[in-house]
Write a protein that binds this ligand. Structure first.
Ligand code: SF4
Length: 437
């Protein structure tokens, strides 16, 4: 995996497909590609909410760059091109990967270029030995000759940054994804290992829109028009950290990978080409801050919200349950009228009741198993599910005395979309392939 002189290319996105073509040329991205190869593109299409409005900026890889990549592969003479993702699907985020592809216009790539669209969660999966454990990896990923990883430039509340290494988690089965969020808190370790066995030939970082306070729709997108590429997965993630203005030493899975391979985190040790980094870089804020007692976000202090204790999610909370956090935070803020009667909400696999709450909401089957018989719990509010449905979370909040205002929540979700409308640099057509694009 080590590369004597890893090359990273940076480029400002200006036009399709020329900007991507130049980015790839600058890092020699197609040097090892052969016309007979089967190529596989793995974008980031994490999950889609079809009940409430959801902005895609910085959350999904732009369809524009995926389209450009297909065009360039065809231009190179590649006949076997697949695009695959394993988008999270639950009771609420019920849209499958194929449904997301359809909504974005990917079937036009099937028609125009003969591309094969793949839902990685449909399997089959192959058990891959990572030394300390085995993970189920989607077989199409393992069978490809040329894996092109196309993550988005986004911050991530648990992993700090979600770039190339992190995007590979979408190649795993649901069972293996949950395993990565194990009780021992080994998420970062698992993320650092994925690339050892799921090794992209090329990683293209889509920073046309970066996302702060990510990884999902509650984050704030920044129009950056930035792209980076490398054949070296570590070099690419270091490039992404630099674009986001985040020290890679503060990103545990990147730091651990570099340490294990005795690689430098210093970008000056890598060869950089193309647009100067300083012209593209914008500092992205990582995450919401919790108060010192870890009883709730700092913002609640300003809003005067009292009587509810919501400790910050830890790394044992997997995507299904962590996706509910934003909803819970928003619901509480939207519905709050008077101090609550000391309720606490526990998530993940290892939180413990404080012993001070009058009601303890145990969210998800893991928390229920962990704490339902704990004598420190005075009155338990059970919210079953793996992950629980939004409906059962709302019922749980009601049982805690929080009178839910779904209309306010819906209006709030609309504001998340509206805040980009008419704003310079934001263009929804980056996400949709139309008849003429
Ligand atoms: S209940 Fe939540 S944290 Fe536990 S395995 Fe299911 S999704 Fe993950």
């Amino acid at each position: 995996m080590t590369h004597p002189n890893p090359v990273i290319s940076f480029k400002r996105y200006e036009s399709s497909p020329d900007s991507l073509r130049e980015l790839i040329r600058l890092c020699g991205g197609f040097d090892r590609l052969r016309p007979s190869y089967r190529a596989f593109i793995k974008p980031n299409l994490v999950a889609f909410d079809d009940r409430y409005p959801m902005p895609l900026y910085g959350v999904f890889s732009t369809t524009r760059l995926v389209h450009d990549m297909v065009f360039l592969l065809k231009e190179f003479g590649i006949n076997h091109i697949s695009i695959g993702e394993g988008s999270f699907r639950g009771k609420d985020f019920a849209v499958s990967t194929m449904g997301i592809f359809k909504a974005l216009g990917y079937p036009r790539l099937e028609k125009r270029y003969g591309v094969k669209l793949v839902d990685l969660l449909e399997g089959p999966f192959q058990a891959v030995d990572f030394g300390e454990f085995r993970l189920e990896v989607a077989q199409p990923i393992l069978e490809t000759d040329f894996l092109i990883n196309m993550p988005v430039l986004k911050t991530h509340n648990q992993a700090v940054l979600s770039l190339g290494f992190k995007n590979l988690k979408g190649c795993l089965s649901v069972k293996s994804r949950k395993f990565c969020h194990g009780r021992s808190g080994s998420l970062h370790h698992h993320l650092s290992l994925l690339v050892e066995k799921i090794t992209p030939a090329l990683t293209i970082l889509d920073g046309i829109y970066g996302l702060e306070k990510g990884p999902f729709y509650l984050g704030r997108a920044v129009a950056m028009q930035a792209m980076a590429a490398s054949k070296d997965p570590l070099a690419l993630d270091l490039a992404g950290a630099a674009l986001a203005g985040i020290d890679p030493a503060n990103v545990p899975h990147i730091r651990e990978y570099a340490h294990r391979h005795r690689r430098s985190l210093d970008l000056n040790r890598y060869v950089t080409q193309g647009t100067p980094l300083q012209e593209l870089q914008q500092t992205l804020k990582w995450d919401n801050h919790w108060n010192e007692q870890n009883t709730g976000p700092k913002a609640w202090e300003k809003l005067g919200i009292r009587g509810v204790f919501l400790p910050k999610y830890d790394e044992t909370v997997c995507t299904g349950c962590s996706g509910l956090y934003g909803t819970i935070l928003t619901m509480i803020m939207a519905s709050y009228t008077a101090p609550l009667n000391d309720i606490e909400i526990l998530t993940g696999k290892r939180m413990k009741p404080s012993g001070k709450a009058n009601k303890t909401m145990l969210l998800g089957n893991c928390m229920i198993k962990e704490n339902r018989k704990d004598p420190a719990v005075k009155d338990t509010v059970i919210v079953k599910g793996c992950p629980p449905s939004l409906r059962s979370v709302l019922d749980g909040l009601e049982r805690c005395g929080i009178h839910i205002r779904e209309d306010i929540y819906a209006a709030f979700r609309q504001t998340l979309v509206d805040r980009y409308k008419g704003k310079e640099g934001f263009d929804e057509s980056f996400y949709y392939i139309g008849a003429s694009s």
